[in-house]
Design a protein around this ligand. Structure first.
Ligand SMILES: C[S@@+](CC[C@H](N)C(=O)[O-])C[C@H]1O[C@@H](n2cnc3c(N)ncnc32)[C@H](O)[C@@H]1O
Length: 426
């Protein structure tokens, strides 16, 4: 587990592999280990601050000792019993570790001398851009991003109904309720063991944040349409759009990542989709794109992004600087993907650009730059594209934030390619 934060692998992938190699760990212990790990990730900057203050090395073990002393208020005697060095127990505490605990004892995880960004667990690489974006709401949004996300589900209307799915969840004793904005969404407040959710296994429901469901809805994929999900990944939005198309028409899930597309195909089978296919691209300018210029009614570009909107769900993500190329490189990639994918849209068709980022540089700024070089596209304001979605933080685009909407942070702009006048007879 000490691998978390040191490699590019997301924490949930590391955790799954760790548990797979330790099948003897029961469900209860598993839950407790995950909760502890999440807590450590949600207090990462603060734990690091304490270690620095006491001149200690920033190691996973030192973080754990700091957490147990400050947050769980374990006494030195309790800690000596836990860290006994016996079989299956962690190595016995060293003298310097015991000194650290004595120094920390009686303190609290937050300290008045901590800089605001440390208290709010905001990493340096994103702080300036987030402050610019949120102004006086910065602290409220950062605090919301530290709150664990609820479990959001989307009912697969090809296999079930919202009422039946809700009843099924409530019969399991879960406090499930209808989502506020997404028409097929259900929100569960507690964290059930996913193995208990049979409806998940048989494709009647899918795990999908309410914001992500709304992005898919904005594409307005209609039965019979030809649709491309350009950055489909494991198909969260492909599945939602295909269901909306009632299995009629064609949806092509593209990505440059073969593993994700395989997962997308598996999920599509389980969800009972017959109108979806996957296409592996070599890059955003793959020859397939040129060959299919102007052939699609709807194109969704769910661009790779900083993922700042998903920090509630992936608390480790904030500590991995976005990809190797940094924010500027990411913005340049988004611009290239958007420009290339736009070629697929037919006259009068719709192009939706979306991210799970909270940073304007990846959102509004990106769309403005695209429009400046693509006068054949115009913005379809949200009130026209989806009048049923209210309360967006932006007048024209879908802009959701954790503090305002209690969803992940999402952005989506709906653009449409102007209808070309028919060429008259020469
Ligand atoms: C935000 S994720 C997609 C999430 C997915 N749409 C969903 O709803 O589950 C972005 C995806 O873009 C893909 N990607 C990255 N660079 C790309 C490129 N140059 N062309 C197409 N897809 C790309 C990544 O592999 C990743 O799966």
């Amino acid at each position: 587990m000490s691998e978390i934060g040191l490699t590019a692998r997301p924490a949930d992938a590391v955790v799954s592999a760790w548990f797979r190699a330790r099948r003897q760990i029961g469900e209860r212990d598993r839950g407790e280990i995950i909760a502890l790990l999440q807590a450590l990730l949600r207090h990462h900057a603060r734990l690091g601050w304490w270690l620095e203050r006491h001149g200690r090395r920033d190691t996973p073990r030192n973080r754990l000792l700091t957490w147990l002393t400050l947050a769980e208020r374990r006494s030195l005697t309790q800690m000596q019993r836990l860290f006994s060095g016996a079989k299956f127990a962690p190595a016995a505490l060293t003298e310097p570790e015991q000194t650290l605990m004595v120094k920390l004892h009686g303190g609290t995880i937050n300290h008045p001398a901590m800089p605001e960004e440390v208290c709010l667990e905001c990493p340096d690489w994103a702080a300036e851009a987030l402050r610019r974006r949120f102004g006086e709401d910065f602290a409220a949004e950062m605090t919301a991003l530290l709150t664990p996300a609820p479990l959001d589900l989307r009912v697969n209307t090809l296999k079930s109904t919202r009422a039946a799915a809700l009843r099924g969840l409530q019969e399991l004793g879960l406090s499930a309720e209808l989502s506020q904005r997404a028409p097929h969404g259900i929100r569960v407040r507690e964290r059930p063991s996913l193995a208990r959710l049979v409806a998940l296994k048989n494709g009647e429901i899918e795990i999908q944040d309410e914001g992500s469901q709304l992005v898919a809805l904005l594409v307005d994929a209609r039965p019979g349409d030809r649709v491309v999900d350009f950055c489909a990944g494991a198909g969260g939005k492909t599945l939602a759009m295909a269901a909306q198309m009632t299995n009629k028409g064609r949806i092509i899930a593209c990505d440059i990542n073969e593993g994700r597309l395989k997962r997308c195909a598996e999920r599509a089978r389980r969800a009972g989709l017959q109108n979806a296919e996957t296409r592996l691209l070599t890059s955003e300018t793959d020859r397939w794109v040129k060959r299919h210029k102007g052939s699609f009614d709807r194109v969704l570009v769910d661009a790779p992004c900083s993922g700042t909107g998903t920090w509630r769900r992936n608390p480790d993500a904030r500590w991995s600087t976005p990809q190797e190329q940094g924010l500027d490189g990411l913005a340049a990639l988004q611009a290239r993907i958007l420009a290339s994918a736009a070629r697929l849209v037919k006259s009068g068709g719709r192009l939706v650009y979306a991210t799970c980022s909270l940073l304007s540089e990846e959102n509004e700024v990106q769309v403005a730059a695209f429009l400046a070089t693509h006068p054949e596209f115009r913005v379809v304001p949200l009130s026209e594209a989806a009048p049923q979605i209210r309360g967006s933080a932006h007048p024209d685009y879908l802009s959701l934030t954790p503090a305002r909407h209690d969803t992940d942070g999402f952005f989506a702009a709906v653009l449409s390619r102007q209808v070309q006048p028919e060429a008259g007879p020469a």
